[in-house]
Write a protein that binds this ligand. Structure first.
Ligand SMILES: O=P(O)(O)OC[C@H]1O[C@H](OP(=O)(O)OP(=O)(O)O)[C@H](O)[C@@H]1O
Ligand code: HPA
Length: 178
């Protein structure tokens, strides 16, 4: 595994991102809709920098399973249990990759008739984008690679790492032949 972003760099980027969000939202209350499992660590750090009134809600969406490629069909495993009509939603995810997850979730959340929906990701990775979607807020931009750590997994491993790494061919081979 190759180190891409240390915990110090991640912390700095999240602080800078939060400053932008604070400027944009001012005093307006925001509902962070956090996508489990991957976005939990990012959201925990981000929300502690926010100065507007914050409500935290969680959804669980899954499209990767044990693979490094999207199933193409994000499944909602845990939905919101309350309406978010007229709320300002900030949809928080760890990574924007093909874009299918955020595209699907943004459409789903529009049914709540919120006042606004914006997207916020720790990593915006361009290489595999399949739908035209851009994050409103991204802490880190990346061209390519399958990344793990700081909430992100490969087959449920590595979420607990405090830095972000890129998996290399031998890491994937190790998983299939331990
Ligand atoms: O832009 P996309 O190609 O859709 O990929 C991004 C999504 O994939 C991962 O979720 P995953 O399905 O692995 O679930 P997890 O959050 O439980 O890891 C990640 O957490 C994002 O939600
Ligand atoms: O690069 C990635 N790493 C971990 N999970 C992911 N889900 C989409 N892309 C990725």
């Amino acid at each position: 595994m190759k180190l891409l972003f240390s915990k110090e760099v991640i912390a700095r980027r999240i602080g800078q991102l939060a400053a932008r969000i604070n400027r944009d939202y001012g005093e307006r209350p925001v509902v962070l809709v956090v996508l489990l499992k991957g976005a939990q660590l990012f959201a925990a750090d981000l929300c502690r920098h926010l100065t507007c009134p914050v409500r935290l809600e969680f959804m669980r969406v899954c499209s990767y399973g044990a693979e490094t490629a999207s199933s193409g069909c994000p499944r909602i495993l845990l939905d919101l249990d309350e309406q978010l009509r007229d709320c300002h939603i900030l949809l928080v995810d760890d990574i924007l990759d093909t874009g299918l997850t955020l595209h699907h979730l943004s459409r789903h959340l529009r049914q709540h008739q919120p006042a606004s929906i914006r997207t916020c990701v720790l990593i915006d990775k361009y290489e595999r984008r399949q739908v035209a979607i851009a994050a409103d807020y991204a802490a880190i931009e990346l061209q390519q690679g399958f990344v793990v750590g700081f909430g992100m997994d490969y087959n449920e491993q590595y979420r607990n790492l405090d830095a972000i790494y890129c998996l290399e061919a031998e890491d994937l081979a190790k998983e299939s032949h331990p």
